[in-house]
Design a protein around this ligand. Structure first.
Ligand code: PHE
Length: 445
């Protein structure tokens, strides 16, 4: 494996590691431990043991000093420092790390802030999706992605008015086999240990939630058997409402009639967004790596004006709106000059290629200078987590009506208020959204 936090853990026969950062004092604490024996079977998690149990009589814990020495022995001092620096930069709470050595599953829960979930009376103090990365991906990139998304989740939960802190979980492992109860049990165990509730994010199948909830744990949401259906549908709807509000803010009417809109990615969210847009008099440009998805969309919407475009050209089209609906990090400094759209509003997370808040704010300013209306997505792509929370809190009696009421009551109003406030303050909507949340989390500004 390439440069990895898991190398020293594997060599020292350890299963777990915690990185904890205190942004008030600027100091961190580390611990690493052996918490279960190599032959521990996680397929029986929940039936034979719980997340509270001691799993071996041979447990072993090392503290900050020894962890630092262990990393030094493996020539990984600089790497560890780099990770600690990233955690500090985002003022994160830290990382919860678990390692399944036999299956080589590398689990990291990137925890940003617990604060808002501390008194919510639930097992999960945090909320954030779980996404899979290939084992071959460079770990530092996975960590950067996880930290950025975890940080955004804190703010997203505030925007959604939910009593949870924010985190994101990344897992480096091969594609999940839904019959592999060992891996599913392990993921359930790790999520429970991280005190987060979650829902499948990129590269994990939604079916994992149903299996895990039936067999192991109850911290997963948004599976096929959810009374609310898949979360992509409400997420698309919330984004659509936010876009209309942005158009109303700038043009005085929320109608999209006559506009051209490009949707980047026809996945679980993008597909539904394109469907909502197709109901209006809109010229749609669709990009997806899988051309058959676009053909299917055209077939199912024969009256819509749809044109397929390549992933390379979609960002630079001369259209009114661009809706990023797949991977993040697509708007980097060097492409901003070449954009032609008037609005960028889409459901994708982390649309700006930035690894700190300052960088995000700077890129948002560049977009504004180009006359593009952009508002950080975590302020409005909140319906997915609202859907997860409605199910997590109310279980089988989760209500679709309540969810949609919440979406309609929250997203347009918050978007409008943020756009107006930003204009009054002479700052970008992105910076204004951060300012609004900062006070709650850090007590500053
Ligand atoms: N993954 C969702 C997002 O990125 C959030 C979510 C968290 C959904 C927890 C369900 C459960 O917005």
């Amino acid at each position: 494996m390439s440069t990895s936090l898991f190398t020293p853990l594997a060599a020292a026969n350890l299963t777990s590691m915690t990185v904890q950062y205190d942004w008030k004092s600027g100091s961190h604490k580390l611990s690493a431990s052996r918490e279960w024996p190599a032959d521990r079977s996680f397929a029986s998690y929940g039936a034979e043991f719980t997340a509270q149990d001691i799993l071996t009589s041979d447990s072993h814990v090392i503290g900050t000093q020894e962890v630092t020495e262990l990393f030094a022995q493996h020539g990984l001092t600089d790497y560890l420092d780099q990770v600690l620096e990233l955690v500090a930069q985002g003022r994160h709470h830290g990382l919860k790390i678990f390692f399944h050595s036999e299956k080589d599953i590398r689990f990291i829960c990137h925890q940003h802030s617990l604060l808002r979930g501390l008194r919510n009376k639930r097992q999960a103090t945090l909320a954030g999706g779980i996404r899979r990365h290939e084992p071959s991906e460079p770990e530092l990139e996975v960590i950067i992605d996880g930290l950025n998304l975890g940080r955004a989740m804190t703010f997203k939960n505030i925007a959604a008015d939910l009593d949870f802190g924010g985190c994101k979980t990344t897992v480096q492992m091969p594609e999940l086999d839904l019959n592999d109860m060992e891996s599913l049990g392990f993921l359930a165990y790790c999520i429970d240990r991280s005190r987060t509730m979650t829902g499948p994010d990129m590269n994990f199948p939604t079916a994992m939630s149903d299996i895990i909830n039936n067999h192991f744990s109850a911290q997963f949401t948004n599976g096929p058997s959810s009374p609310l259906g898949e979360s992509g549908t409400p997420t698309a709807y919330g984004t659509y409402l936010a876009l209309k509000e942005a158009v109303r803010f700038r043009e005085g009417t929320a109608s999209l009639d006559g506009k051209s809109v490009a949707v980047m990615g026809l996945g679980a969210v993008g597909w539904h967004l394109a469907e909502l847009l197709a109901q209006e008099d809109v010229a749609l440009f669709l990009a997806d790596m899988r051309p058959e998805h676009i053909s299917r969309f055209k077939k199912e919407h024969p009256n819509a004006a749809v044109e397929a475009v390549s992933a390379d050209e979609v960002l630079f089209l001369d259209v009114d709106v661009i809706c990023p609906a797949a991977v993040g990090g697509i708007i980097s400094e060097d492409i901003i000059d070449r954009l032609n759209a008037k609005y960028i509003f889409g459901p994708a997370n982390n649309q700006l290629r930035a690894s700190s808040e300052d960088e995000e704010i700077r890129l948002a300013e560049l977009l504004e200078k180009r006359g593009i209306l952009f508002q950080t997505e975590w302020w409005y792509n909140t319906a997915g987590v609202m859907c997860g929370a409605e199910e997590y809190i109310n279980g089988a009696s989760a209500s679709r009506e309540k969810l949609y009421e919440r979406i309609e009551a929250t997203i347009p109003q918050k978007t409008r208020a943020n756009l107006i406030e930003a204009q009054e303050r002479g700052i970008t909507p992105t910076e204004n959204a951060y300012r609004t949340c900062h006070n709650l989390i850090y007590g500053d500004q």
